[in-house]
Design a protein around this ligand. Structure first.
Ligand code: ATP
Ligand code: MG
Length: 425
């Protein structure tokens, strides 16, 4: 039997890469326009990095990590997310202490989940992190940046949900209330939630089990128990979002699946992807840097799930950039190959954005024309013996009613230029 890819880990095929590239380019250019700089971290980290940052009693650390012992006996984990690695790298290279950093990253993440639409075992995120800023101003700027991303991509149906998780102390007080409440309804809790009751009761609020929803809806709200500073922070955040004209919904049940968040948390959600509706999620994590061994540094960040974004874009049938070749060079007859390859190189010199396929592998005119047609090219450039003798090429338009032309080698560029503008990039 032939070898197959690992379950939940997908190949992204040439028919799909144009939309991926377009999404990635848009995200990159918006991130850069806000002054974010790229950082690239390894895919493998010490397991302890994630158990210490994401939290021992979270879905990710409890059951989703790809963890193994390497040849030296060390426990390593394929990164399930980027924030922990980014903090680790920031501390390791002295980027964080007493500095303001705006960083972004992208790439594959790994979680051993049940594969379904919008949920995979290898998936891709692009994320941004800001260090050294504690106020709601940067929270608002980061949310505004995500809103701009959706506008740039032409997505209009994403809703912003926000919440505040308050300070560590406020959350601890609230935790006790929550334990009391859920304990008095112990028999209505599902197995996961019963287990979480003592270890991580806040995560019960994040349960996706529909049978638990009414119980969760009636639970006490953290928003009602915020400390004063967090309350002011949240109020300012809302006012400034209003001023920027960014609509939001306060969702008091939004707790996020990772332990490290405090104060502002947010998600962008869509109704169009079923249960996998969260396209972007983030929040403030002021204690994480210290928790991983750095000096106390306020931090705020978010991550975008690219598969979900791509699914959403395909859903909208947005125009996908066309990467088919502009021209296909056909060569037949003695000496034409040599001359043709030279011509192709000179065309690429003159037109850096030209997509030109040269026919390699020989064959007669007819078979080469078939290939040219199949490639999707707009025009075939034909170099036969006759053309070569006269220092010319024949131009045959493959997608337009247009008589074929004979043009001098030096003029070919002028005929190709308009094609570059015509195709939708
Ligand atoms: P969910 O509640 O859907 O499991 P999450 O809270 O675990 O999401 P985060 O850790 O916040 O997700 O990751 C940020 C984003 O990355 C998510 O909003 C989603 O778009 C994407 N994402 C997370 N897990 C997966 C996955 N297994 N497959 C595809 N995308 C994912
Ligand atoms: Mg998850």
């Amino acid at each position: 039997m032939s070898i197959q890819s690992i379950r939940g880990m997908n190949d992204i095929l040439p028919t799909q890469t144009p939309v991926w590239q377009s999404v990635e380019n848009t995200l990159r250019s918006v991130l850069e326009s806000y002054g974010y700089q790229e950082i690239r971290m390894p895919l493998l980290e010490a397991t302890e990095l994630f158990s210490r940052s994401i939290g021992e009693v979270t879905d990710i650390v409890e059951k989703e990590m790809f963890t193994f012992i390497d040849r030296n006996g060390d426990s390593l984990t394929l990164r399930p997310e980027g924030t922990a690695s980014c903090v680790r790298a920031g501390i390791e290279h002295g980027l964080l202490y007493n500095q303001i950093q705006r960083l972004w990253y992208g790439g594959p993440m790994f979680r051993h989940e049940k594969p379904q639409q919008g949920r995979y075992r290898q998936f891709h995120q692009m994320g941004a992190e800001t260090y050294g800023l504690a106020g709601p101003d940067i929270d608002v700027e980061m949310i505004a940046m995500t809103a701009r991303l959706w506008r740039q991509l032409g997505l209009t149906d994403l809703q912003l949900q926000i919440n505040s998780l308050g300070s560590t102390a406020a959350r601890a007080a609230y935790r006790d209330q929550l334990v009391n409440y859920f304990s008095s309804h112990y028999n209505e809790l599902d197995e996961d939630s019963q287990r979480r009751l003592q270890t991580n009761p806040l995560r019960i609020l994040d349960s996706k089990n529909p049978n638990m929803q009414s119980l969760i809806d009636n639970a006490p709200l953290l928003l009602d128990h915020l400390d004063d500073e967090s309350q002011t922070h949240f109020a300012t955040l809302k006012t400034w979002l209003d001023e920027l004209g960014i609509p939001y919904q306060v969702n008091p049940r939004l707790v996020r699946g990772l332990d490290y968040y405090n104060r502002t948390v947010f998600e962008w959600v869509t109704q169009q992807l079923g249960a996998q509706g969260t396209v972007c999620a983030g929040g403030r994590y002021d204690s994480l840097v210290e928790q991983i061994g750095g000096r106390p540094t306020p931090a705020m960040g978010f991550a975008i799930g690219l598969e979900r974004l791509v699914l959403l874009l395909l859903h909208h049938q947005l125009q996908i950039p066309d990467k088919t070749p502009h021209a296909y060079l056909i060569m037949a007859g003695p000496g034409t190959l040599q001359q043709g390859l030279r011509l192709a190189e000179s065309l690429r010199d003159a037109l850096p954005h030209l997509r030109l396929l040269t026919h390699c592998g020989g064959g007669n005119f007819k078979s080469q024309f078939k290939r040219a047609d199949k490639s999707g090219a707009l025009v075939a450039l034909v170099l036969g013996e006759e053309e070569m003798a006269q220092h010319q090429v024949t131009l045959k338009y493959l997608r337009q009613e247009h008589p074929q032309l004979r043009v001098g080698l030096a003029e070919v560029v002028d005929y190709l230029k308009p094609l570059l503008q015509l195709s939708n990039e």
